[in-house]
Ligand binder design. Sequence first.
Ligand code: HEC
Length: 123
Amino acid sequence: MKREREAAIVSRANGLAAEIRWLLGLSLSAILLFPESSAPADVSQGAQIAATCASCHDPTGGGQGIPPIAALDEQTIVKAMLAFRASESPSLVMHAVALSLGDDELAATARYLADRANAGRQP
Ligand code: HEC
C-alpha cells in the first residue's frame, strides 16, 4: 500500500504546485495589470477596471458571442453602461457589472477604453 500512499502524496503535491503556480500567476498579473504609476488617478483607475472587462470582452476585439468593446467611443460606452445599469434587460451580467461601478469609475473606464481605441491600441 506504500505505493498508493506515495501516489496520493505525489498527486496532492502536483495539485498544490498547480495552485501555487496559479496564485503566482495571479499576483504577477496583478502587478503587471495594476502597476503603481504616476499616471493621473482616473487613468489608472480606468485601466484597472478595464482589465476586469477584458475577462469577458476580448481585448483584441474578437469574442465568442460577447460583443467587442475595443473600438467603441466614450459616449457609446457610457450610454450603454447607463442603460445596462438601469435595466436587467438585455443582460443580467452587464446589469450587475454596471451596478458595481460608480459614475466616476464608469467615466474613467469609458475614457480609458476610448483613448486606447483612439490610440490604435487594443484595450
Ligand atoms: C461576465 C462577463 C462580462 C464582463 C466582466 C463585462 N461584460 Fe460587458 N457585456 C457582456 C455581455 C454578455 C454583453 C452582451 C449583452 C447583451 O446585449 O446581451 C456585454 C455588452 C457590453 C456592452 C455593449 C456592447 C455593444 O456593442 O452592444 C458594453 C459597452 C460593455 N459590455 C461594456 C463593459 C465594460 C465597460 C465592462 C467592464 C467594466 C464589461 N462590459 C464587463 C459581458 C461582460
